[in-house]
Write a protein that binds this ligand. Structure first.
Ligand code: SDX
Length: 379
């Protein structure tokens, strides 16, 4: 039927909201958070300051930042019943499942159903940003049979997460790199998990449900789950020369994990910064062979995939950085969530200012006027 709307697979290039939070120029490898270049923020800012920038729309004053930082530190602890919940989950389960369960449960302890209440909304924003790292670190330690570690109020957001995970205080260089990684992953306009957050938020669901929905979406290997898949892919390459491995992968129509992007048709600017950060870490921990392999694969892909606008994205080097910090592979995507919760909540708050429930259309391709055949007359 010609009067049906035209389907656009994956809503490619279809605007679904007006937003002032971040801007991407996919041809010039530009990413700005509230107008500030992400490279500058990764170099000069902290995750706490960047989160405020995303949420509030401007860099915080010294007092605003001090108060926000203090609020986050005061809300890092989780109820013992959440810890008990995490203890009941299967050790072999993926940490993203534990995180999604933990965040959904958080919403039961801190009811926040009246999303017209700005104070309640802000309290939820603080609790979610502050407690998600604690949930991730607690599940990781519990699954290994260790007690969950209480947060340390004397450490910043990134350093405290590293402490809760490893029971080691990170060196200033490691803390800086981890903080920069959190900044780089915090926001990226209308990506799938942010869109998921917006759809859930548009029904006026509470913020814990919104974030739980976004966590589920981020889990997929085409989205946040790619950073873990990249390491598996590099492992699988073994001693095969990257160019030969790539030729075979392309011939078998395989998606190269960590490559390609719906918006970037050049190298993701975050991948470039992550490479620079990797060099900092390697200065302390030594350059892992996997990094050289990744660089060789990128070089080989430039010739074969570059002409199609397929270049490394944020996930290509992030896993290598995290692995060099001694972070287990299945925690790479939870770290993405620890960071992206700032972006999800920024979009949630922005949308509430002029909310309308998402209810798109479809192109119906099914039947009409079908008869009902009684069961006894069916085969
Ligand atoms: C993130 O949206 C965001 O902003 C996401 C993110 C964020 O910060 O939130 O940036 C984070 O999710 C990064 C992406 C992580 N995912 C991966 O690395 C998985 C591998 N990448 C691909 O699956 C793909 O590139 C996507 C999912 C990222 C983008 O998919 P699109 O835009 O739907 O592109 P497509 O799958 O339609 O591909 C278009 C063409 C196809 O070839 P043709 O059929 O036209 O011949 O490009 C090819 C694809 O086969 N292609 C790839 C490829 N990515 C696209 N071919 C090989 N390897 C790839 N990685």
């Amino acid at each position: 039927m010609s009067d049906q709307p035209k389907l656009v697979p994956g809503l490619a290039d279809i605007p679904v909201a007006e937003s002032a939070i971040s801007f991407i120029d996919g041809k010039r490898a530009r990413l700005e958070y509230r107008g500030l270049a992400v490279e500058t923020l990764a170099r000069e800012s902290t995750f706490e300051e960047t989160s405020w920038l995303l949420l509030e729309g401007a860099l915080p004053s010294q007092r605003e930042l001090a108060n926000f930082d203090s609020e986050l530190r005061n809300h890092r602890r989780i109820k013992f019943k959440i810890v008990d919940l995490l203890k009941c989950l299967p050790e072999a389960g993926h940490p993203m499942g534990a995180l999604q369960a933990g965040v959904a449960a958080l919403g039961m302890f801190y009811p926040a159903c009246d999303v017209s209440d700005a104070r309640s909304n802000w309290d939820s924003v603080v609790r979610l940003i502050a407690k998600i790292p604690t949930i991730v670190a607690a599940f990781h330690r519990l699954r290994r049979g260790d007690e969950a570690l209480p947060p340390r109020d004397d450490l910043g957001h990134a350093a405290n997460f590293f402490w809760m995970l490893t029971e080691q205080e990170p060196s200033p260089a490691v803390a800086r790199v981890l903080d920069a990684c959190l900044i780089l992953h915090a926001e990226h306009s209308m990506n799938a998990s942010t869109f998921s957050a917006r759809v859930t938020g548009s029904t006026l669901a509470d913020p814990y449900t919104v974030v739980s929905s976004a966590i589920g979406t981020l889990t997929g290997p085409l989205h946040g789950g790619a950073n873990e898949e990249v390491l598996d892919m590099l492992d699988e390459m073994g001693d095969t020369p990257p160019a030969r491995w790539l030729e075979n992968a392309i011939a078998t129509k395989r998606k190269i994990m960590g490559f390609g992007h719906r918006v970037y048709k050049v190298k993701d600017p975050r991948a470039t910064v992550l490479q620079e950060l990797a060099e900092h870490v390697f200065a302390e921990s030594g350059k892992p062979p996997k990094y050289e392999l990744a660089v060789d694969l990128e070089r080989a892909a430039a010739a074969q995939l570059g002409p199609k606008g397929i270049y490394p994205n944020v996930d290509f080097y992030s896993g290598i950085v995290y692995q060099s910090l001694g972070i287990p592979r299945d925690l790479f995507t939870p770290i993405f969530a620890i960071s992206r919760v700032a972006g999800w909540l920024s979009h949630w708050l922005e949308q509430l200012e002029n909310n309308r429930i998402y209810r798109p259309e479809q192109v119906y391709v099914g039947n009409h006027d079908m008869p009902y055949t009684p069961l006894e007359k069916r085969p």
